[in-house]
Ligand binder design. Structure first.
Ligand code: G6P
Length: 614
């Protein structure tokens, strides 16, 4: 979490940095700050608690000149989210300014050492320790900034993407990374750096991705050097990044989240493009083709993921097991990495991550790799750390997701998992041509079915008004619908701050039924499936206790429609793909409840989109 951005070149840095921070706010929005270096011996630092807008207001009227600058938007780890703890942090005396995304784990030891050397600290952060350490090393050895950064980083345990400026050398910004993302943009007017490509793309699409423990020196004349901590030059080819600027804007919608919900039909079509063959007989997933021997040899798949991606993994398990008949386990990456799991060379680990930066997922990958497993990544952000750490994988290609609550990435992940399962079953010879064709036809019809669901947005909004001030919700589903229930409950919790629980419908009688009364709305995914009759019984049990039923039903189902207090009809869909359709009304329900409450839907409190700390 936390986003960093920097610029050095011929243009004024401040507007570039502020716009860049706004793009990075999905990474954290507890505080923001900027440091500008207009000339030798001057660094102007401005900070504010809260969002980037508050920083802009605080800076109004101040001197924001300078063609070199760095900026930061924070998701607090060490120290509360106030102005003092905001970045950039400066060294004592103000020579250096630094922004940091990550965690310096050994900051306490370093702080003690620096305090003994006479350094005083103005904040509670680990980052201030790092800037003081660089300052200390620089002064002690009379080193240039690059050397001082290299030496300091050798003493650091933890994760970092940093950018540092030295007011005695206004011609240069130094950046470095380890386990936190950093991208450098190469433009005619100068050099850009950021936590990801989104703040840079409107200036240039030529990007360089430094590796772990590399340090980049960016010069005002547009030249740059990348070295490792031993000062050996590292060569990285510039990549052309395809990112559509329109995807980074709200396009007339009040929030990114609702835009992203509405984007899903096109996003899923993009996700399937070039993979589902026109004759509808085949699915081509290049990673499955290229690694079919490894995948077919696997005795087991282990899916590791966090949050919404974990819910997609639960659906992936059912898809892979039913089409490929290979056992699949789904693990929270944070648990997997710390519990000495049984994993080895017969396993394929599938890591699912929208951002491709989640620290726990990355650590789970490293552990599985050490033990000999083959790693397959399913990511959205191209070039992200997880995408690069895996042996192979598939991008979901749904475009940048800005709203903190994941929507289109979830359906994109499920779509890729469905295609993966079908492609693998195909190379295994476990699926008949007829079943393949039928399933593919269903898959390609999903975008239109989602369009049908979106037409009910007004109805869902009206329904949301009734439940805006509920204190609790229960979500129920069975089979493929159980992860949808979990995801629906998570969406509601994340953005509306209403307590919600997802349960397999039949488990209700083992506890949650005690909670049912007239104040308890129960969302039931009750579409036509082999378990339909059983879900009908579950609904009756809730009705008998006065609970309010909000049912997601198959179009034309009059039975549940009569039983439920509210029902949302969705087009009939093959059971294994139904989650792609049934999750959409639950996204809309959560969105409208949060929007009705006037909450900051895209930036819910305490959350961040990219969780680069454990
Ligand atoms: C955070 C986000 C969630 C996301 C989870 C996993 O908690 O707020 O929306 O599902 O991280 O992120 P990933 O990028 O690995 O999918």
């Amino acid at each position: 979490m936390c986003g960093i951005v920097g610029y050095i070149g011929r243009k004024q840095a401040y507007p570039i940095l502020i716009e860049g921070l706004k793009r990075l706010e999905y990474r954290g929005y507890d505080s923001a700050g900027v440091a500008l270096m207009p000339a030798k011996n001057i660094i102007n630092v401005y900070k504010s608690a809260g969002k980037v807008k508050q920083l802009e207001a605080a800076v109004a009227g101040c001197d924001v000149a300078g063609c070199a600058g760095i900026a930061h938007t924070r998701w607090a780890t060490h120290g509360e989210p106030n102005k003092e703890n905001s970045h950039p942090h400066c060294s004592m005396g103000g020579r250096l300014a630094l922004v940091h995304n990550g965690i310096i784990e050994n900051y306490a030891v370093l702080k003690e050492k620096l305090t003994a050397e006479g350094y005083a600290f103005a904040s509670d952060t680990d980052t201030e320790v790092l800037v003081q350490l660089i300052d200390y090393i620089q002064k002690k050895g009379n080193y240039n900034l690059v050397t001082a950064v290299q030496l300091a980083l050798k003493e650091v345990v933890g994760a970092y993407a940093i950018a540092v400026m030295d007011r005695e050398n206004p011609e240069m910004i130094v950046a470095a990374r380890k386990s936190s993302p950093l991208v450098i943009g190469l433009a005619d007017d100068g050099l850009y750096l950021a936590s990801d490509a989104t703040p840079i793309i409107e200036h240039t699409n030529r990007m360089v991705y430094p590796d772990d423990e590399e340090v980049a020196a960016l010069y005002k004349d547009g030249s740059y050097r990348i070295m490792n901590l031993e000062n050996v030059e590292c060569c990285h080819e510039a990549q052309t990044v395809a990112l559509n600027i329109g995807q980074l804007q709200k396009g007339g919608f009040p929030h990114f989240m609702i835009k992203e919900i509405y984007d899903q039909p096109e996003c899923l079509a993009d996700c399937m493009r070039g993979r589902v063959m026109a004759d509808m007989n085949r699915i081509v997933i290049s990673a499955v083709n290229n690694y079919k021997d490894v995948l077919m040899r696997a005795k087991r798949f282990i899916i590791v993921a966090c949050g919404t991606s974990w819910h997609a993994g639960l659906i992936g398990k059912q898809l892979i097991e039913s089409f490929c008949r290979i056992p699949v386990e789904v693990e929270y990456a944070s648990e997997f990495r710390y519990r000495n799991p049984v994993v080895g060379k017969d396993d394929v680990v599938i890591a699912i991550s929208q951002s491709g930066e989640t620290a726990d997922t990355l650590a789970a990958i490293e552990l599985a790799r050490e033990r000999g497993a083959f790693i397959y990544g399913i990511c959205n952000v191209v070039g992200s750390s997880i995408a690069r750490a895996t042996d192979t994988g598939s991008y979901i290609h749904v475009g940048p997701e800005i709203g903190v609550a994941s929507t289109k990435a979830f359906t994109g992940q499920v779509t890729v998992l469905a295609m993966f399962a079908l492609a693998l079953a195909q190379v295994q010879g476990k699926i008949s041509g007829e079943q393949m064709k039928e399933t593919i036809e269903e898959l390609v019809s999903v975008p239109d079915k989602i369009r049908e669901v979106l037409k009910q947005d007004d109805y869902i909004n009206n329904m949301a008004k009734v439940f805006t001030y509920a204190h609790n919700f229960i979500y129920l589903g069975r089979g493929y619908a159980f992860p949808v229930a979990l995801e629906g409950a998570l969406k509601l919790k994340e953005i509306s701050y209403i307590h919600a629980e997802g349960y397999p419908a039949a488990e209700m009688k083992h506890g949650p039924i005690a909670l049912i009364d007239m104040n308890m709305p129960v969302v039931v995914i009750a579409t036509k499936s082999p378990l339909y009759e059983k879900v009908v019984s579950n609904i009756q049990e809730i009705k008998a206790r006065g609970g309010k039923i909000l049912a997601v039903i198959t179009e034309g189902d009059t039975v549940i429609k009569e039983m439920a207090d509210y029902s949302i009809e969705v087009p009939e869909t093959m059971e294994c793909l139904e989650s792609l359709v049934t999750s959409v009304p639950l996204q809309l329900l959560a969105y409208h409840i949060a929007a009705n409450k006037g909450l900051d839907v895209d930036k819910p409190r305490n959350l961040a989109k990219s969780v680069t700390v454990e």
